[in-house]
Design a protein around this ligand. Structure first.
Ligand code: KIV
Ligand code: ZN
Length: 561
């Protein structure tokens, strides 16, 4: 019997609502919602050390730069600090003309009064008032029936309307009402209280009120929240008088999913925070939600092109850490360690380069890291799980060395051996060192001390190689003629007593540009014992690089004997 079986009995399963003709499953997200950041309020109130003035201002400016047009800046009636921050934003001229600050307040008269004092002088303000409506809170906290709860909201709305009418100044004041714990409220009660608030505020299609439907504590599966949102919208009288907003939290770890499904259900506005900071398990993560849209071809209408910078500011201001596996933003999310993944990324990258496809088509990378400012990431990192393709990818992308495919297994084995030996990941430099030790800094039984090619322009096109090869320290004059430099060199080798090797294949490319350009040649030989072996030659002359590669392969084979 499971150890959890008895414990599970004390929980009440969440009740689904009845919506058999739900429409949302057949829809897709086609445009970005109105985003509202609640970092400075919901996010801030969940911090061990709330942000100080300077941090809040930095964060505020960052949000403006990202393109947020609605930003909840705090709860100015809740404390002197909150009040002062609101004043500084207004008096310090920090708020762009096209940005509305949002101020949260409970539907209680003295707090509403104080909130109106706090917003004096601002250009665009959303007064966001709320009271809790859930079945559980009514039972255990307020001990009021639904009519009593509706009365609180309506009284709040009435006072807010009066204070707006009496407001002395030029301010565009809009309203937002939240039936807090919406998802824990009977849907007909949620509709009823919101309709009463719309009536009291005199909402019209031209003067809409934001109705915010919080998933204050996420207690149900995302499809259930979507059903609730769709039900609410379909039953709200005069739905055109409202902008439907959602405010998901993440208690079940499905805040992003709940948001996406609620958008399908008709939500038009989303409240959340960067990287999902917020009470308990956090608010909705706007970064993830927006980039999910982006990877589906939808403009998120937020600037997320420099995630490392956003992450740095976020971490400095909140003293929270973005997890290494956090979607799009974590340290490790663009890194593949697994061999088969590395191989597929390698092939995808090649495909992107050769096919001319205008689309992003790389397996295991749902987004182009460069789009979010992650272009310098080591996409592929090398440990003992990595495969031959991964090592080749790093050699190509970090050092510009295009190892031929046939060579990947041989080099991959060297790399794996090194990882096993060290018991850890290899840095790119260490990988390069494996390459050097494996191919360029090897014991040389045979050493070429002099060399010259001639005859390339002769009528028969044959090439002559002449040089000196030391075999175990003893010099041999060698000459050979062939239909190319490698062929000529091979024939010359016979004079140094080197026989039985067969040429299989070769490839070459330039390794650096400009005056100091060098050539690298990769040579594949078959040893007298029939084994395939590779050699690498590096030189300013491509002919010399090739013959150095041949000798390298032979020396490697000899030292392995
Ligand atoms: O989570 C919540 O319900 C809230 C409200 C105050 C909107 O933060
Ligand atoms: Zn909240």
């Amino acid at each position: 019997m499971s150890k959890m079986k008895d414990g599970a009995k004390k929980y009440i399963p969440f009740q689904q609502i009845h919506l058999p003709d739900r429409q949302w499953p057949g829809r897709v997200i086609e445009k970005a919602p109105i985003w509202c950041s609640v970092d400075l309020r919901d996010g801030n109130q969940a911090l061990v050390d709330p942000m100080n003035m300077e941090e809040k201002l930095t964060f505020f400016h960052t949000l403006c730069d990202m393109g947020f047009k609605e930003i909840e800046v705090g709860f100015p009636s809740a404390s002197e600090t909150e009040y002062e921050i609101c004043r500084e934003l207004i008096e310090g001229g920090h708020i762009p003309d096209d940005v509305a600050i949002q101020v949260l307040v409970q539907a209680r008269p003295h707090l509403i009064q104080k909130t109106f004092e706090a917003i004096k002088g601002a250009k665009n303000v959303i007064v966001h008032f709320y009271n809790s409506t859930s079945t559980l809170q009514r039972k255990v906290v307020f001990k009021k029936d639904m009519d009593g709860i509706i009365q609180i909201a309506v009284d709040g709305a009435k006072l807010i309307k009066e204070l707006t009418d009496a407001y002395d100044g030029d301010c565009n004041i809009r309203y937002e009402y939240s039936p807090e714990s919406f998802s824990g409220t009977e849907m007909d009660n949620a509709v009823k209280i919101c309709a009463a608030v719309l009536d009291e505020l005199g909402a019209t299609a031209e003067n809409k009120v934001i109705l915010n439907l919080p998933n204050t504590v996420e207690m149900c599966t995302p499809n259930t929240y979507a059903d609730q949102v769709e039900y609410f919208i379909r039953h709200l009288p005069g739905r055109e008088r409202a902008i439907i907003s959602i405010h998901p939290h993440n208690d079940r770890g499905t805040g992003v999913a709940a948001t996406e499904l609620a958008l399908l259900a008709g939500a038009e506005r989303v409240e959340g925070t960067l990287f999902g900071n917020g009470e308990r398990t956090g608010n909705l993560d706007i970064v993830t939600t927006a980039l999910n849209m982006y990877t589906q071809g939808v403009d998120p209408e937020l600037d997320l092109t420099d995630i490392p910078k956003l992450r740095r500011i976020y971490e400095e201001c909140t003293r929270m850490q973005v997890h290494e596996r956090h979607p799009y933003a974590g340290e490790l999310v663009f890194t593949a360690f697994s061999g088969s993944h590395q191989d597929a990324i390698n092939k995808g990258t090649e495909y992107m380069q050769t096919s001319g496809t205008g689309k992003w088509e790389i397996p295991y990378l749902p987004i182009d890291p460069a789009d979010v400012g992650r272009q310098y990431e080591p996409i592929i990192r090398i440990n003992s799980q990595s495969g031959k393709g991964g090592a080749a990818f790093v050699m190509q992308h970090a050092f510009g060395l295009t190892l031929p495919k046939e060579m990947h297994p041989e080099f991959g084995t060297m790399v794996k051996h090194k990882c096993d030996q060290l018991g850890r990941e290899l840095s790119n430099e260490e990988l390069m060192q494996v390459f050097r030790e494996g191919y360029l800094e090897i014991p040389e039984k045979y050493r070429m001390t002099e060399y010259a090619f001639s005859g390339a322009s002769s009528r028969d096109g044959r090439i002559r190689f002449a040089g000196t090869i030391e075999a175990d320290g003893r010099p041999h004059q060698v000459v050979g003629e062939g239909n190319g430099p490698i062929d000529a060199f091979f024939r010359a080798l016979h004079h140094a007593g080197i026989d039985g090797y067969q040429f299989v294949n070769y490839s070459e490319h330039a390794v650096s540009s400009g005056a100091d350009s060098q050539a690298i040649a990769y040579i594949q030989l078959k040893t007298p014992a029939g084994r395939n072996i590779f050699g690498v030659g590096l030189d300013h002359s491509i002919n010399v690089a090739s013959v150095k590669g041949v000798l390298c392969a032979i020396n490697r084979a000899e030292s392995a004997k």
